[in-house]
Design a protein around this ligand. Structure first.
Ligand code: HPA
Length: 267
């Protein structure tokens, strides 16, 4: 049985597949209703991050239930969509970006599955799966776009947008885009040794770079870009190799946990 590829859909992105609806129970609570089906005869799952009616704001999304639920279905690869604001003024609304790194500016979210023993420190020197990124970048290029190679995403707590001063700070930190859903999702996937990469669409210029920000504008851009995003995702699903030999994600825990003797010595 082939393992399903998961799409986590964000603001404005509707399911790219038809199939059976299923809510999964997890130790962290239920998932939203997932669509389990196929894309071009490869098994696939769609998870609407904010729930079916967009009822969970970004700081209340049950990221652990979502990632755990996907893992329990045998998912090894996740492609996650996000709406983002552009901090880098080379970018403009409507553009599509495959982020290369992530700055976690969230405040209230539970960011780990490992809250007790075994103490676990996963390596996020490469926070996104290099293979899934490569496939998403190629699939984006196949639509005639040229996504920038390196873009750092900042994930803020929300649900409010940022202040202009916060955006200036994020720019000096090297961030090119800002959203509210990239973290801890990417880190939780790595903790469960799943491959994860994001595909982000620029819905607006970040605070201070346009007059005001509106949630409606972000939603509308989501609808506008959903067709091209679906095309990119469908192309990417077809191109993801069956086996995971080209990335280190599947062995993320190999050196992440302290050995028993070390734990005792430190204690
Ligand atoms: N900031 C944070 N999250 C966002 C933005 C933004 O400007 N646009 C879409 N999601």
């Amino acid at each position: 049985m082939k393992r399903p590829i998961a799409i986590i859909g964000g603001s404005g992105v509707k399911s790219i597949l038809k199939g059976n609806q299923k809510i999964l129970g997890t130790p962290y609570g239920p998932t939203p209703s997932l669509t389990i089906g196929e894309v071009d005869s490869r098994p696939a799952v769609f998870l609407p991050r904010h729930g079916e009616n967009h009822s969970s704001p970004p700081h209340k999304v049950n990221y652990r239930a979502n990632i755990w639920g996907l893992k329990s279905l045998g998912v090894e690869r996740i492609m996650a969509t996000n709406a983002v604001g552009a901090i880098d003024q080379q970018l403009s609304p409507g553009e599509i970006v495959v982020p290369s790194d992530l700055v976690d500016m969230t405040k209230s979210r539970i960011g780990t599955f490992y809250e007790s023993s075994p103490v676990t420190h996963i390596d996020v020197s490469q926070p996104y799966c290099p293979k899934v990124r490569e496939v998403l970048t190629a699939s984006t290029a196949a639509t005639g776009r040229s996504p920038p190679r390196e873009v750092v995403m900042a994930c803020t707590e929300g649900p409010r947008y940022e202040t202009p001063a916060e955006i200036r700070m994020l720019r000096t930190m090297g961030c090119g885009i800002v959203g509210m859903t990239g973290a801890p999702e990417a880190f939780l996937a790595r903790e469960l040794e799943m491959c994860y990469a994001s595909i982000s669409f620029v819905s607006n210029m970040a605070a201070g770079l346009q007059r005001t920000l509106s949630a409606r504008e972000v939603e509308e851009k989501g609808h506008e870009t959903s067709q091209v995003l679906n095309k990119i995702l469908t192309g990417a699903i077809a191109k993801i190799p069956e086996s995971r030999k080209d990335c280190p994600c599947g062995t993320a825990l190999a050196h992440a946990q302290l050995r028993k003797e070390e734990t005792q010595e430190i204690a």
